[in-house]
Ligand binder design. Structure first.
Ligand SMILES: Nc1ncnc2c1ncn2[C@@H]1O[C@H](COP(=O)(O)OP(=O)(O)OP(=O)(O)O)[C@@H](O)[C@H]1O
Length: 461
């Protein structure tokens, strides 16, 4: 029987009214507690809003008020999942809401020093380092064991990239464009720059994974990456993010890092050797044919295919393939023989680009900023990605055999995280209390409500 995916929890968080809000009047907000979940009601007091009240179903695991600090939200949403990550699972957290509603505040935070204000990803890394450092160290005093023990030292690698349009952009590698492709193995591969090395090897770098061995190192690394995020002019404020930011934290050790580096090295060896084998094969068989005036090809009686050369180049290719397979097996072996269950455990945080909603024909449409054609295209792609994400969540929750990951580059890159067993996924809806954002807020709530219903987390009572 197919394995059932875990429920997808939906949370909502109101932010306080702030200086960027064009209206000082607030929406009326209500929360009702049901047997398992919560429902939300929201009413506009403004006469310009045609729909005055909207009520959700019982879709929300928890609703945080504007007074809730990041530490409280983290404690309720992320902290309970740390044991799953420490057991090698993958836990995914999304933040969804219109521009300026508080996604970055929730995921990264704007005060990175004080505990109460740390965003989810920083607080998660802090606790992950604490948990990893708390694992008893079985270091032997014998010098010959020392090297092996060092390779077992646990740390956290971090990858940070944006998904924009059809590509990913590596924020730890100067925003270099990376291609999102499905490989022959059915997995999604995100590949960056191709480097031609001096010895003819062709190295295609995956998304850069920066190893960190302490929380302070991690924080410095992540903040420098986030500083290079794309900004543009969105519906609410000029510094709005125009791409989805994906931040992956993975528990690793030095042995695993070395084994993965060896795979990249072996792949780079295989490319030119494999190409030479193909070129020789084609060249030899082309020389063995001659074209007739009528266009047909016949065997060239004067040319004898150099089978020895073909065999030599094929053997060299085979040798590289065997070496690559051995390197891939060594990576798999790191997991098979892992001393600590947390190896490979992951947190994935996705700061989704703001969905853009404009209420045509009402006072709110005055908020529409002047956007370039490119920014309008980006806005449309963002909405397409968000729709694809919703469909994947629905299909996954319904345990459908075919989950439409290919519908967007965003869902393609998240494929392996969604399919990971022994994990969890949740989404935080970030909501503005401003009356002027009523339509956008209701659209966000509708999206979350659909996910709550489809994700199986609805408390029907
Ligand atoms: N829960 C909150 N408590 C206090 N301030 C908040 C909260 N949520 C958001 N803010 C403030 O509101 C402003 C906008 O928030 P933020 O930058 O997180 O929005 P965003 O959804 O990431 O926007 P965009 O998608 O356009 O980047 C920031 O100044 C942030 O500090």
């Amino acid at each position: 029987m197919a394995e059932r995916h875990s429920l997808f929890k939906v949370y909502a968080r109101w932010r306080p009214l702030n200086a960027s809000d064009s209206s000082a009047s607030e929406l009326e907000r209500g929360v009702a507690r049901h047997e398992k979940n919560h429902s939300i009601s929201v009413s506009s007091t403004s006469s310009s809003n045609r729909l005055r009240t909207w009520k959700s179903g019982a879709s929300f695991a928890e609703v945080f008020s504007e007074c809730a600090l990041n530490s409280h939200v983290f404690g309720s949403v992320v902290a309970p999942t740390i044991p799953q990550v420490m057991n090698g699972g993958t836990c995914n957290f999304f933040a969804y809401g219109h521009s300026g509603s508080g996604k970055t505040h929730t995921i990264v935070g704007y005060n990175h020093e004080e505990e109460e204000y740390l965003g989810m990803c920083l607080a998660a890394a802090r606790d992950l380092f604490q948990a990893v450092n708390g694992i008893p160290n079985s270091m032997s005093d014998r010098p010959e064991c020392k090297e092996d023990e060092e390779k077992e030292e646990l740390g956290v690698v971090v990858r940070l990239y944006e998904v924009r349009g059809k590509c990913a952009y590596d924020l730890f590698n100067n925003g270099v464009e990376c291609h999102v492709r499905e490989g022959a193995d059915g997995q999604t591969h995100v590949r960056g720059q191709t480097e031609i090395l001096q010895d003819g090897k062709v190295r295609v770098r995956p998304i850069v994974a920066v190893p960190c061995w302490s929380f302070s190192e991690f924080r410095k690394t992540v903040l420098s990456g986030f500083n290079s995020r794309t900004t543009g002019s969105s519906s609410v404020h000029d510094e709005s993010s125009r791409a989805h930011a994906v931040l992956e934290l993975e528990v690793i050790n030095k042995a695993l890092l070395e084994a993965r580096d060896a795979v990249i090295e072996r792949e780079s060896e295989l490319v030119p050797v494999g190409k030479r084998a193909t070129d020789v094969h084609i060249a030899e068989h082309s020389k063995a044919l001659i074209r007739q005036p009528d266009g047909r090809y016949i065997q060239n009686p004067e040319y004898k295919v150099n089978q020895a050369l073909i065999d030599t180049t094929e053997a060299a290719k085979k040798e590289c393939e065997v070496r690559l397979q051995a390197a891939q097996d060594a990576v798999a072996n790191c997991f098979k023989t892992r001393r600590h269950a947390c190896l490979g455990g992951k947190f994935v945080f996705v700061d989704l680009a703001g969905a853009e909603f404009f209420d045509q024909g009402t006072a709110n449409s005055a908020l529409r900023p002047k956007q370039t054609a490119q920014e309008q295209r980006q806005g449309r792609q963002i909405n397409t990605d968000l729709f694809a994400l919703k469909e994947v969540i629905r299909a996954r929750a319904a345990n459908q055999a075919r989950i439409p990951f290919r519908a967007s580059p965003l869902t393609m890159v998240l494929r392996s995280h969604f399919l990971a067993t022994n994990g969890c996924s949740s989404i935080m809806l970030t909501l503005s209390p401003s009356d002027a954002q009523f339509v956008a807020t209701v659209n966000t709530l509708k999206y979350g409500n659909l996910i709550g219903e489809a994700g199986g987390a609805t408390g029907k009572d």
